[in-house]
Design a protein around this ligand. Structure first.
Ligand code: SAH
Length: 245
């Protein structure tokens, strides 16, 4: 009896040890869970714009898996899971988690897909996509950001992402056609080379507008016959797409 009672009284202690072990292993777990709640709430608030009450569960799983704190500078780490964009140096930003979720979700990607990203930045959006598809190609125009993101993604084990320094306006012809394209800087128009590199049946998400006026997030769909339609989704605010075009 005594033995049994002692055994029972150990249970809560062991459970406590296990919970502590999980928290010590990933101190950001709770913050990441809160970030997911905020994304869910924003989805409900913006359902009228994007015609969806919630993101695909696979997209939410990807958002729950990627360690966002690894993609920000050390001084921004305590804010890593706040639902807002953060500076990443060179005048650029890592996008707001809700926006990353929406952009990823509306691409409707499948596991075998090959995706192009224009604007690698920190590499965070590329990592979220890499959780969901076979291959991600990402182009960044600021060389040190491209180098840092490539090293970071490699260190974290995202070996299905290839980062290149260059002007993403022209896409990445060696690897086209792409099943999906995501542009994470605001352009004045949808770059024709990107439309050309989108597979029939493919989708592109891109913010279009100027630095000072309202930008709109656009969904560009190329159907199976190659004809292209564009839908305005949400008013957004992105850093500008730069380059020589
Ligand atoms: N997807 C990024 C967000 C980065 S902000 C992330 O998850 O962190 C947009 C990025 O686009 C910036 O890093 C900026 O330097 C880059 N950019 C701007 N114009 C570009 C161009 N023409 N080609 C490639 N990258 C560009």
């Amino acid at each position: 009896m005594r033995g049994a009672r002692r055994g029972l009284s150990l249970l809560p202690l062991l459970a406590g040890v296990a919970a502590f072990a999980v928290a010590a292993d990933d101190p950001y777990q709770r913050q990441r869970a809160r970030m997911l709640e905020e994304i869910r709430a924003d989805y409900v608030d913006t359902a009228i714009h994007i015609d969806k009450e919630a993101a695909d569960p696979r997209v939410m799983d990807a958002m729950a898996s990627v360690p966002r704190h690894e993609f920000v500078t050390p001084d921004m780490r305590r804010l890593a899971y706040a639902n807002r964009p953060l500076p990443i140096g060179h005048g650029q930003t890592i996008s707001q988690p809700y926006i990353v979720a929406v952009m990823t979700d509306l691409l409707n990607v499948r596991p075998g897909d090959r995706v192009l990203e224009v604007g690698t930045g920190s590499g965070y959006q590329a990592a979220v996509l890499a959780e969901l598809v076979a291959e991600v190609y990402s182009i960044e125009i600021i060389e040190p950001l491209a180098a840092q993101a490539a090293a970071r993604l490699q260190r974290l084990g995202y070996d299905n992402v290839v980062v290149r320094h260059g002007d993403g306006y022209y896409g990445w012809e060696e690897h086209d056609p792409f099943d999906a394209i995501v542009v994470t800087a605001a352009a004045s128009h949808v770059p024709p080379p990107l439309i050309a590199q989108l597979r029939n049946g493919g989708r592109m998400i891109i913010p279009v507008g100027t630095r000072f006026l309202v930008q709109e997030l656009l969904l560009v769909v190329k159907d199976e016959t190659g004809s292209v339609t564009t839908k305005q989704l949400l008013p957004v605010r992105f850093v500008p797409l730069t380059g020589g075009h």
